[in-house]
Design a protein around this ligand. Structure first.
Ligand SMILES: Nc1ncnc2c1ncn2[C@@H]1O[C@H](COP(=O)(O)OP(=O)(O)O)[C@@H](O)[C@H]1O
Ligand SMILES: C[C@@](O)(CCOP(=O)(O)OP(=O)(O)O)CC(=O)O
Length: 525
């Protein structure tokens, strides 16, 4: 008899626009979920081991991409409590993210299911395997050791789920949000496997109650593991896919964050009908024949201190602009900085997302004209797109919309860089400005920027990606050549494009190349 298996994947994220602003529930972030995913495979042991009554039921978690990455937890399920304790910390140490995901998911399960049902589901050991697509971790060393140049073609030649050769604490991350994708897939796979949410929770793209429960629980676990309540856009991307995200107010988690073990409160707090979960997820996706390209520039930035500095600067600049007038001189002060920089950035962020959505509509409405324009502008620098006098009315609207996307993306860069300079944070450092300007000089590049909090970590680009075009003539190929030849920083592409699937997805073990082998292999990285 085969082991009962549940496989759930969730995508990584890129915050294209809305960094810092998205910490405030007033403002949306433009979030693109990536084709690169995290996979959690949960398997029930075929039958209880002989003599298992003499020891507690175990959940063994393995991350075969890492050295010393097996964590074994012993369970003790009582009427109203579940204890999850790591058996031996001497070999692999602890993994707070994994431990909390298991502990809190089982605590939730116990509140939702009868104790007898949960005990039945946990009458045999569970084996859990966690795997992240190569993109989540820097593959520079792997490419170098195989004498492969850092190109997308080289990355696609690497075996899937490549072992990193180091413990998870030492791996170089690429910024796709490994911990959020990991927690969301792990929490969701356990919820499904233990039948806490319906088996079809992730089949419809319309968010079901099950998907909302998985999301809410993953947000909670991620906050606990990180020790803070961030904006949560990364967990939301992992659960729902590309979106315009407005955060929930942190108060919804206050009780649980202050007292994680207060019995009886988990189910009510996590419930989708809890009005405290006031996040907004508006569907979003990139237009057809527009491709997102990502590169890791491998120079790491400290997001936490950047956030603290930007929020301090915002508070101080609000105080001095007189947005909250305190005295009769406030009018004079207001004229010093007439507008709130966050409002200005927000206008451009909103324009960017709306224009991209408009392009999808135009592609549907005028497919022939859209295809023609895409082909045409793919060979021309953005500054020249509007120069051709012979467009039809529909073609003009399409080309004009592409041009406006370019303008909005450039305006966001300008204002974010300025905000960084004012706040003393390297949001778009000069070196990144130079690299982005070089990329934007390539024909067919629409726009680009620094994702999320910015800094030296990474860049994103949107490029025209015409169908029926020889690969060597694609804008993405030209961009890759620029990256390969760039000497001022080491630029390494990621394989990811936008995920077409909307967030959490149930998978078949056999359908994901390399997954079955990675799960079955017993040796570690
Ligand atoms: N493949 C993995 N297996 C197990 N745990 C992982 C894996 N990838 C990441 N993690 C967990 O996530 C933590 C990294 O979280 P964090 O520093 O917030 O990174 P990120 O910005 O990528 O989310 C690691 O220390 C580890 O606990
Ligand atoms: C500043 C932020 O708004 C965005 C940070 O986005 P990143 O993508 O830079 O995040 P990390 O995954 O933590 O590196 C903070 C937030 O929204 O929580």
């Amino acid at each position: 008899m085969a082991a009962r298996t549940t496989v759930v994947s969730s995508p990584g994220k890129v915050l294209m626009a809305g960094g810092y602003l998205v910490l405030d529930p007033q403002y949306s972030g433009v979030v693109v979920s990536t084709s690169s995913r995290f996979y959690t495979v949960v398997q029930s042991a075929v039958s209880a081991e002989p003599g298992h009554q003499d020891r507690p039921i175990q959940i063994s978690v393995r991350s075969p991409q890492f050295v010393n990455a097996t964590w074994v937890y012993e369970l003790d399920v009582k009427d109203d409590t579940v204890r999850v304790e790591q058996r031996d910390v001497s070999g692999s140490g602890t993994n707070k993210f994994v431990h909390l995901a298991i502990e809190r998911t089982l605590a939730y399960a116990l509140e939702v299911r009868r104790v007898s049902a949960l005990k039945k589901a946990l009458s045999v050991d569970l084996n859990v395997t966690i795997l992240g697509d190569n993109d989540f971790y820097s593959q520079r060393a792997q490419l170098a050791s195989r004498k492969l140049p850092p190109t997308i073609a080289s990355l696609s030649k690497l075996p899937p789920f490549l072992p990193s050769g180091v413990p998870v604490s030492q791996v170089n991350k690429t910024g796709l949000g490994s911990s959020a994708a990991l927690i969301t897939s792990l929490v969701s796979a356990l919820l499904l496997h233990l039948e806490v949410i319906p088996s079809d929770s992730f089949t419809s793209e319309q968010p079901s109650d099950g998907r909302h429960i998985a999301h809410n629980l993953a947000q909670y676990v991620h906050c606990l593991a990180q020790g803070k309540v961030g904006s949560g856009f990364d967990v939301s991307a992992a659960a729902f896919g590309s979106q315009l995200y407005r955060r929930f107010k942190p108060e919804v988690l206050k009780g649980l964050m202050d007292n994680a073990t207060s019995a009886g409160s988990l189910k009510d707090t996590i419930s989708p009908s809890n009005k405290g979960w006031d996040y907004h997820v508006e569907p979003f996706q990139l237009p057809p024949q527009v491709r997102m390209m990502l590169a890791d520039v491998n120079a790491g930035t400290e997001t936490v201190s950047a956030v603290q500095k930007v929020l301090k600067w915002r508070k101080e600049s609000q105080d001095t602009t007189g947005r909250k007038p305190a005295d009769k001189d406030s009018a004079a002060k207001t004229s010093v900085v007439a507008t709130d920089p966050w409002e200005t950035i927000n206008q451009h962020n909103k324009a960017l997302s709306q224009l991209l959505l408009n392009l999808s509509l135009l592609a549907k409405q005028y497919p022939k004209e859209y295809k023609k324009i895409v082909k045409y502008i793919s060979t021309i620098h953005a500054s020249q797109w509007m120069a051709f006098p012979g467009f039809s009315a529909q073609e003009s609207v399409i080309v004009d919309t592409f041009e406006q996307v370019h303008q909005a993306a450039e305006a966001i860069r300008k204002h974010m860089k300025k905000m960084g300079e004012d706040a003393g944070v390297e949001i778009e450092p000069d070196k990144q400005t130079k690299l982005l300007n070089r990329c934007l000089s390539v024909a067919g590049v629409i726009g680009g920027g620094v994702p999320g909090a910015g800094g030296y970590d990474a860049i994103w680009l949107l490029v025209i990606d015409p169908i029926d075009c020889p690969p060597s003539e694609l804008p993405s190929s030209r961009v890759e050549s620029v990256w390969a030849e760039y000497t001022e920083m080491s630029v390494s592409p990621l394989l990811a494009s936008e995920s077409v699937a909307k967030g959490l997805r149930v998978e078949k073990l056999e359908d994901i190349p390399g997954l079955k082998d990675a799960v079955e292999t017993t040796e570690t990285a």
